[in-house]
Write a protein that binds this ligand. Structure first.
Ligand code: SF4
Length: 390
């Protein structure tokens, strides 16, 4: 099989890994951008070029229940030799089509052999071809201490997919992975190197949402613990999709709205000062699908509102639906120059900020809707696959 035919299989298989979105730039890495787009946080007018995503091998000895590459599945298989990684990546990098590398592998042979082949490829890229740009390496569960150490020396970012939020959930979908020893212990090792500054873009992980009958409370609780205790830079959420020929082929797909709600709640925990106990879980431990979790929290806590836009402290303003860190900073700056008195002063900040009218007063005046109107507007409604409006 020639290199292009291999890449048809191996680049395609890697495209679902959400950890492969570009990491925040570290001290040794400045992302190249192309004009015309918006950055992830909406703050810049340049669009980051993609990473080149590839698997070293899609031949796997393991049998994760949700995965099309599991050993028991048929399908074309391929693997790259270590020197082929540079041959696949560098022409695209030098042409400016990609700005860095994301590389992962299935368990080809055993964990040590599969990781060794992947690290040999990255090492050749670094040493023989003097490539000093961005590399994100996804490790395998059970990687040895020396392989993790070697990966730290070669990568800007490391990730290791937990796939499920607890040992019990993981057992249901990925029987070969041991939660504590193969995953958490390895993330602890990586945390120690991250603390020394050896991993400028930090560590990350990914969970498959909806494959293990887990609740949103399980996922967000584990995510909060990973940020707090293991210093992870990001936890990514991927929707489960049933794959024909796998044990979960008949299971329902996870609505994209659920993943969107988890991402929003994850932001509340990381950037808005929310505690997990404050998130608006229902009796089963899931977030409402039809509402942004911050809006759902605000509607469930009417005693916290309205707040006076001209005097509330930034932490209070961050709790107002429609306001984020950027708009709060703008409000704090603008209100020193001129008080917010009219609705147009708020709506001039943009359509998102305009949603705050239901939860703030402007110089003592309230321009929002009544509780009855809000209850009607935000009443529960069925959401399946479409992204909801609020
Ligand atoms: S280890 Fe599991 S998720 Fe990874 S390729 Fe193999 S079967 Fe798929």
């Amino acid at each position: 099989m020639d290199l292009d035919a291999k890449l048809d299989l191996l680049a395609d298989a890697a495209r679902y890994d959400l950890c492969a979105t570009l990491a925040a730039p570290g001290r040794r890495f400045t992302p190249r951008t192309a004009a015309g787009g918006a950055s992830e946080d909406g703050g810049a007018v340049h669009r980051a070029r993609p990473l080149f995503r590839v698997l070293m091998s899609n031949i796997c000895a393991w049998n994760c229940a949700y995965c099309p590459l599991r050993a028991a599945s048929d399908g074309p298989r391929a693997s790259l030799e270590p020197e082929e990684l540079a041959a696949a990546f560098l022409p695209r990098y030098h042409a400016g089509a990609v700005q860095g590398l994301f590389v992962a592998t299935a368990v080809h042979g055993d964990v040590g052999a599969a990781i060794g082949r992947m690290l040999d490829g990255v090492e050749a890229l670094r040493r023989k071809h003097a490539y000093d740009g961005y590399v994100h390496i996804k490790l395998l569960p059970g990687a040895s201490f020396s392989d993790v150490e070697r990966a730290v020396r070669l990568a800007n970012r490391l990730s290791l997919n937990l796939e499920a939020p607890s040992a019990d959930h993981l057992r249901r979908i990925s029987p070969e992975r041991q939660w504590h020893t193969d995953l958490i212990e390895r993330l602890r090792w990586a945390r120690e190197w991250q603390r020394t500054g050896a991993l400028p873009a930090g560590t990350a992980t990914q969970l498959v949402v909806g494959a293990a009958d887990e609740r949103d409370r399980d996922i967000l609780g584990t995510g909060a613990w990973l940020y707090r205790e293991l210093g992870l830079r990001r936890v990514y959420f991927g929707p489960f999709r049933p794959i024909p020929g796998t044990p979960l082929a008949e299971a329902p797909p996870t609505p994209l709205a659920r993943v969107q709600r988890l991402q929003q709640a994850d932001w509340l925990l990381r950037s808005y000062g929310f505690l997990q106990a404050e998130l608006p879980f229902d009796a089963t431990g899931d977030l409402p699908l039809h509402l942004d979790p911050k809006l759902a929290w605000a509607l469930a806590n009417p005693g916290r509102f309205p707040v006076e836009l001209n005097t509330a402290d930034p932490e209070q303003l961050l709790r107002v639906p429609g306001l984020g860190p950027l708009s709060v900073a703008r409000i704090v700056r603008l209100r020193q120059l001129h008080p917010f008195r009219e609705l147009r002063h708020l709506t001039s900040l943009g359509s998102q900020a305009a949603r705050a009218r239901d939860f703030v007063t402007l110089d003592g005046r309230f321009f929002g809707r009544t509780p009855a109107e809000l209850a009607r507007l935000y009443a529960p409604r069925p959401i399946v696959e479409q992204l909801p409006l609020f």
